[in-house]
Write a protein that binds this ligand. Structure first.
Ligand code: SF4
Length: 694
């Protein structure tokens, strides 16, 4: 093995994987990255890291990277390598022709949580100011859009309430629908440290995740609920707290709307919401649920952490609001050690949402229908904006099939692999006249593209990411872009090919524009971030140095809003043909659909997506660990290797979706969250039968 050699220089930058947002010193020898060293002064990681951030950066120079733009007239033709000018001109001509013939509503764009704030901001600006529609969405649509809706409704802002350090003041930690040791390992270490110090743990999850019992950490209660019954479990916990007189009446009287609390308290107090009445639905032993509720209400500071096991349901937004209700009824908001904390799967989920990449919101979560806000952006951008919300990703695909949506610009996102019901996504993409994929690799979505614009890695550009604790951190250029242009420059070039006349010379200028137009970012600048390392928004006159903990003296919306969240069973039903429930997730060495981790050669990554199955279900089917099985749903089928384990309950199976060959999303359904269309990845009725392999 060749010697690495001494580094000649180093650059401090931010991890491009999960929402913890660890900072690293990228050590360079010439133009070669030799290693990533966790940075001791990183506020999110304090010198720690996980295997992905430290070792999985080989994809940046992987042989699969495409560095030359390509075009083709139709998707059945081979790609043709062209210059940047030709590719951008080709794309612009198609976009202009489609707009002229079908109107601005036929065009749209998708931003990525893997891109910087500045890149995301430019994509939504391109769609709104250049395409002329609000048809812009982000991959947060398929993960944390219910967080945005739920927390804005109840608290007034679409973000977690605490900094990571807050967990060290927690007395009771409630983890629901999250697997921090695999998905957010550096934060999980801090949480485990607090648990070893004596904090109590409640886990609500269909799987027995590692936190339930690992060396030196054991949950006081694990509530292994039936997938899809989060709202029922949380309502039953609220029932115990209210009917047993455990509500924090002083907090509620001072901080929450009294009428709304009264309505909600009457609702949860109904006998039908007792743990005993709901046990047949949730399959959680009532005694355990009662004990867990009492512990959360009386155990001191109670902090709630949740992930996609909360949001990716037909009741995702309801579950987020039920969590907010639980925090408010126990007075667990507005100080260290408490709060509602969404754990973001990707590095910049928070930032992508902050930057206005939802079809109904301009940057800073301001509704597009608000004339005053619209006027602010119209003056700055020199355009007239459409006052109506645009299409979400699933609506764009539906509209493509009826011919009214015909052009899509996708930056840093592989919707064919990551979105539900793969066949439907493919049909929608195939129906479009112009699909522009802007990415590092020819991903699965690129099979349906007419223009491929090479992307840049996080090592090749300046910008900022915002982590799960609202911490805005610099991403610093470590090496020159392999394709000659950083992503923000590509989006700017496309905008200018459409005649927009943008002239940003550095992401600092884009961030300056964001700060000028977005009150919660008013005190943020590249120069300040470079100097202080990070800032947690809001950063403005009220919070000049940012706000590690939100809602301290009052909620952003004024009074906290209790929302009645009626449990509604999912439409996805088990039955004789599909008797099992499939739920999905990811493991430590995998990252989502694997575009980065699958292309990292320097360590051994999991080669397969495995199907976890309870021993009783496996025995019924004659399956044992290592056997191939056919996984079939009403939507589609795939083949996976089985691993038999008691981590899942009888009747429940689990897999990851890391490899394109597995196509786990072939089996997931079209059901989605009632408020946000976030797909219901976590509940699919399936059958599993022996197979000879793929
Ligand atoms: Fe990167 Fe997340 Fe791992 Fe930190 S915990 S190194 S941010 S993947």
């Amino acid at each position: 093995m060749a010697a690495i050699g001494k580094p000649e220089r180093s650059v401090v930058t931010t991890c491009a994987y999960c929402g913890v947002g660890c900072t690293f010193r990228a050590e360079m020898r010439g133009e070669q990255l030799v290693r990533m060293v966790p940075w001791k002064d990183g506020k999110a990681n304090r010198g720690h890291s996980c295997v992905k951030g430290r070792f999985a950066w080989g994809y940046a120079n992987h042989r699969d990277r495409i560095t030359t733009p390509m075009v083709r007239d139709s998707i059945d033709q081979p790609w043709r390598e062209v210059s940047w000018d030709e590719a951008l001109g080709f794309a612009a001509e198609r976009l202009k022709a489609i707009k002229a013939q079908f109107g601005p509503g036929a065009l749209g764009g998708i931003t990525s949580s893997r891109c910087t704030n500045e890149e995301t901001y430019l994509v939504q600006k391109l769609v709104r100011a250049g395409f002329g529609s609000n048809n812009v969405d982000t991959c947060a649509r398929v993960c944390h859009s219910p967080t945005g809706y739920g927390l804005k409704t109840t608290f007034g802002t679409s973000a977690g309430t605490q900094d990571f350090d807050s967990v060290m003041a927690a007395d009771v930690i409630l983890v629901i629908g999250a697997n921090p040791t695999d998905a957010h390992p550096v934060f999980a270490s801090r949480m485990k440290r607090r648990l070893r110090q004596g904090a109590r743990l409640i886990v609500i999850d269909p799987r027995r995740i590692d936190l339930v019992k690992s060396p030196h950490v054991e949950a006081a209660y694990h509530l292994p609920l039936q997938p899809g019954t989060n709202v029922a479990v949380l309502t039953a916990m609220a029932h115990v707290i209210v009917t047993e007189g455990l509500a924090d009446e002083a907090f509620i009287a001072a901080r929450c709307d009294a009428d709304e609390y009264g309505d909600w308290a009457a609702f949860v107090s109904e006998v039908r919401h007792s743990p005993e009445a709901l046990e047949p639905v949730t399959r959680v032993p009532a005694a355990d649920l009662r004990a867990a509720a009492r512990l959360f209400a009386t155990g001191g500071n109670g902090a709630i952490y949740y992930g996609l096991g909360v949001t990716e349901h037909s009741q995702g937004s309801s579950t987020v609001m039920a969590i907010a209700n639980l925090a408010m009824v126990t007075g667990n908001i507005g100080r260290p050690g408490v709060g509602v904390n969404p754990l973001r799967g990707q590095n910049n989920v928070q930032g992508a949402c902050d930057m206005g990449s939802f079809p109904h919101e301009l940057p800073g979560y301001r509704h597009i229908s608000d004339a005053e806000t619209r006027a602010l952006f119209e003056r700055d951008w020199g355009v007239t904006l459409d006052p109506d919300p645009g299409l979400r990703i699933p609506n764009m695909l539906d509209a493509a099939l009826d011919g009214s949506f015909r052009a899509l610009y996708v930056q840093g996102e592989d919707i064919l692999q990551s979105d539900p019901n793969t066949r439907h996504v493919a049909a929608g993409l195939a129906a479009m006249d112009c699909v522009i994929v802007h990415d590092l690799f020819l991903n699965e979505t690129a099979n349906y593209a007419h223009v491929f614009l090479p992307g840049s890695t996080f090592l090749e550009k300046d910008g900022t990411f915002t982590n799960a604790e609202r911490r805005i951190q610099p991403v610093r250029k470590v090496m020159e872009p392999a394709n000659g242009m950083a992503d923000w420059e590509v989006t700017q070039a496309l905008a200018n090919a459409l005649g927009l006349g943008w002239a940003y010379t550095h992401p600092a200028e884009i961030l300056e524009e964001v700060a000028r137009l977005t009150p919660s970012f008013a005190g943020v600048s590249w120069e300040r971030l470079d100097r202080v390392g990070s800032l947690q928004w809001p950063v403005n006159a009220a919070f000049p140095d940012g706000a590690p903990v939100m809602h301290v003296d009052g909620f952003v919306r004024g009074k906290g809003k209790f929302v009645v969240t009626e449990y509604v069973p999912t439409d996805e039903k088990t039955g004789p043909r599909y008797p099992l429930l499939l739920t999905t997730g990811r493991i430590l060495s995998q990252y989502n659909v694997g575009a980065q981790t699958r292309r990292t050669d320097n360590i051994v990554w999991h080669e397969e997506d495995l199907l976890e199955m309870h021993p009783a279900d496996a025995e019924n089917r004659g399956l044992k660990t290592g056997d191939w099985a056919r996984l079939a749903s009403r939507t589609g089928e795939t083949t996976l290797r089985v691993t038999v384990t008691e981590r899942v309950a009888p009747g429940v199976v689990y897999t990851t979706f890391h490899h394109p060959a597995t196509q786990a999303n072939v089996v997931t359904t079209d059901y989605s969250d009632w408020a946000t269309n976030c797909p219901e990845y976590k509940v699919t009725a399936v059958q599993v039968l022996p197979s000879n392999g793929p």
